[in-house]
Design a protein around this ligand. Structure first.
Ligand code: GLN
Length: 482
């Protein structure tokens, strides 16, 4: 059976071709077969899946089903899931059973989805390759010697490999869009505040945002509709009108003004990736879009700005993992200091420690003005660049990543080269803007992602443009060899 999308699964359920229990079993079998090689899942939840699938079948039979009822999916392992281990890819939380559901998990559960399990990720969502997980690297389904991207690599790879039709992810600097690009699936990072962060383990709170992965923009629209909305339990949740994302999909591209940032097509972009994006731009033009050039002059500052802010915020957020309240505790501490030192020393991996140390330094007295404050000022300039560009165009288009998936281990000793993988994705998080990555072609048999960026709360416009492209092309339907 080839991989299916949400719409096809729902059609099959409605037509009685299979039940939700049968389709859940089918995916659980696929996971059992393929996961040892790919390492996408750190936990599977077959009992929960079968209970939820039975309930979905009852809703379907009663005529009480919504667009996601009976659809299996996987959650990134930083969304708290009631009664299920939520490890965040860290030894620190290897023993943490969440006592409640994140809002995103609760909303998708109430929509009738069926949880297959929790997906692997870079520890505390810090990474661009999914090599920083306590549970080992995730493999790219297109080439097992390469990375799937990170930090939501398990989710992206699971969807690409057909181990789940959909999955949740989070994006602090690119962690939905970058792995979506490298694995050849569609993923959207919504506007900051669109999706509740309640129950999402915090990395950098002013940047973190949850969103879906799926096989098409249409499926992402269905998932986002269920995930989004105001949440009084998240103080940064936006009380903004929620459009009917699925109904807006058919808007088409006629007359849509799309800007190409000059800085995204400059040095550092692999020429073969550029050629794929150029061909896709021709397709957008053919479909009626008006293409022009725009400029985002501060693009080059986005990586240093992001890494000061993200590390500062993570040093503060991760101070709660101290071996006292929950998480890993060292054996036989002699006193409180020993308890803190060894619990944190043993619980956190190298990349997390590097970031906590740099972030603590950047926030310390005497350096705060030089680093954190300066970064906040640059953040404003980056946001202004986008506002300027988006006053002339409806959407901004470019590559999602500068390269195709790289080899496992290829950048492990060079954090700066790893950080550069997020050059086109990170600035959106600094600005709080929504962005989507979709498959636009291949280089050497590996997927290339195209990014569409829209104005605040215009996820519907982004999804509609992506949908129009996917109606005219079949890149998103390609599948890796089993
Ligand atoms: N690669 C970036 C980082 O390591 C972004 C990660 C993310 O979006 N969670 O911070």
């Amino acid at each position: 059976m080839s991989a299916r999308g949400i719409a096809e699964i729902r059609a099959g359920l409605d037509a009685g071709e299979f039940s939700s229990v049968e389709i859940a079993r089918d995916y659980l079998d696929r996971i059992e077969q393929a996961n040892p090689a790919l390492n996408c899942f750190v936990t599977t939840t077959p009992e929960i899946a079968l209970t939820q699938a039975k309930a979905a079948d009852a809703r379907l039979a009663a005529g009480d089903a919504g667009p996601l009822t009976g659809v299996p999916l996987a959650h990134k392992d930083l969304f708290c899931t009631d009664g299920v281990r939520t490890s965040c890819g860290s030894r620190m939380l290897d023993n943490f059973i969440a006592p409640y559901d994140a809002t995103v998990v609760a909303k998708l559960r109430d929509a009738g989805t069926v949880m297959l399990g929790k997906t692997n990720m870079d520890e505390f969502a810090m990474g661009s390759s999914n090599e920083n997980s306590h549970y080992g690297a995730v493999k790219n389904p297109w080439d097992h010697a390469r990375v799937p991207g990170g930090s939501s690599g398990g989710s992206a790879a699971a969807v690409a490999a057909g181990l789940a039709p959909a999955a949740t992810g989070t994006d602090t600097g690119g962690s939905i869009r970058q792995p979506a690009a490298l694995c050849g699936v569609t993923g959207i990072k919504p506007t900051y505040g669109r999706v509740s962060r309640y129950g999402m383990i915090a990395y950098a709170s002013s940047l973190d945002q949850g969103g879906p992965f799926a096989r098409s923009a249409r499926d992402c629209a269905l998932l986002l509709a269920a995930m989004a909305g105001f949440d009084p339990r998240d103080s940064t949740s936006a009380d903004a009108a929620l459009p009917d994302f699925a109904a807006e999909l058919e808007r088409g591209l006629d007359g849509i003004r799309i800007g190409l940032p000059r800085e995204y097509f400059a040095d550092g972009l692999d020429a073969r990736v550029a050629a794929v994006i150029e061909a896709a731009i021709d397709e957008f033009r053919r479909l009626g879009a008006e293409i022009s050039e725009v400029s985002l002059p501060n693009t080059g500052l986005s990586i240093p700005t992001y890494y000061v802010i993200a590390m500062a915020e993570c040093s503060s957020n991760l101070s709660r993992f101290d071996g006292v309240r929950f998480g890993h505790r060292c054996a036989d501490p002699v006193d409180l200091e020993d308890l803190y030192e060894r619990s944190r020393g043993e619980g956190f991996g190298d990349e997390v420690k590097r970031r906590i140390m740099i972030g603590t330094y950047a926030l310390s007295a005497g350096y705060y003005d030089a680093y954190y404050l300066k970064a906040q000022q640059l953040r404003r300039l980056i946001k202004d660049d986008f506002q300027q560009a988006l006053s002339d165009v409806d959407l901004i288009l470019g590559p999602t990543t500068p390269e195709i998936a790289f080899g496992i281990g290829a950048k492990s000793d060079d954090p700066v080269s790893m950080y550069l993988q997020d050059i086109y994705t990170i600035s959106l998080n600094l600005a709080g803007l929504p962005g989507l990555s979709l498959p636009a072609g291949f280089v050497d048999g590996l997927p290339v992602g195209l990014q569409l960026i829209g104005n605040y709360f215009d996820e519907a416009g982004i999804l509609a443009a992506a949908h129009a492209f996917q109606q005219a092309t079949d890149w998103h339907l390609r599948e890796p060899a089993a």
